[in-house]
Design a protein around this ligand. Sequence first.
Ligand SMILES: NC(=O)c1ccc[n+]([C@@H]2O[C@H](COP(=O)([O-])OP(=O)(O)OC[C@H]3O[C@@H](n4cnc5c(N)ncnc54)[C@H](OP(=O)(O)O)[C@@H]3O)[C@@H](O)[C@H]2O)c1
Length: 289
Amino acid sequence: MSTSAPLTVLLTGASTGIGRVSALHLARKGYRVLATVRRDKDAASLRAEAVPGLEPVIVDVDKAEDIERIGQQIDAEPGGLYALINNAGFNYNAPFEQTVEARARAMMETNFFGLYRLSQRLIPALRRGAEQAGQPSKLVNVSSIGGSIGLPWESFYHASKFAVLGLSESLRNELYAQNIRVVVVQPGGIQTDFMPKTEASLQTALAEMTPEGRSRYAKPLETMLGLTASAAKYGTPPVAVAKAFERILGRRNPGFRTWVGLDARILHALHAVLPYWLMHAMLRRLSGA
Ligand SMILES: NC(=O)c1ccc[n+]([C@@H]2O[C@H](COP(=O)([O-])OP(=O)(O)OC[C@H]3O[C@@H](n4cnc5c(N)ncnc54)[C@H](OP(=O)(O)O)[C@@H]3O)[C@@H](O)[C@H]2O)c1
């Protein structure tokens, strides 16, 4: 970073995983990081790290009042916002036929509509941030490799991440001339609480299934549980995503998409070169479909 006043970054979902590691990393690199969490104990835990420039704030992206509160706080600051990193999100897995609508809607609410609401509220602050920084500000949306390749048993999670990619592509073109660069990060398997939470969500899906559904889908979900366990074991450390954020924020004009992790890069490359039928036959075999 070259400016004298620290540039402000708002990063959502900083209680654990990618968000927490990235908040600490970016603050140590000299950014002022407004790190959003949902509970006081998570704010206290971040404060206990005593990293200058790291400021926890309470925001649940599902709550309009929380978004308005942080919007007003940033409106009152002269420097605006240099970057917004929409990282908050979670995973709900179930065979499509056995999907519980309320759970699917709750996930879309956070992964997609939360990102929409917060981004929309903060666009004026990002415009001011670009002026202040003398270069384009950055709106970084965390999708997933599952935002461009659909695996079975995760249809709604993938739908939420495909939606993030589609929205971001349109928005990049809308905001380009306003000096705001929209960027998408597509991680592969990252070693965070996400994998144990995915495991728990698969167990819930199994428990919630009808007996007929269980007889049809229990076996492939066991295969998915195995894949999740491998991703937890061999996944990429979350600091790799933090460093990708750092690179994006450090560039004047970052490219639209960034893949993080060898698995994400390999899957993306295979997806680009293999015939569709072959790629997806391999994925079906891998995921027990
Ligand atoms: N780990 C992976 O393999 C992987 C791969 C691809 C993409 N991603 C994406 O990366 C992002 C971060 O995931 P992670 O791996 O770091 O998982 P994580 O450790 O479970 O972190 C998820 C974060 O999102 C927050 N969050 C959930 N719902 C929220 C809401 N309504 N409002 C505000 N914050 C909310 C959580 O806060 P609470 O603690 O309060 O719930 C937590 O801080 C997610 O968008 C995920 O989809 C992860």
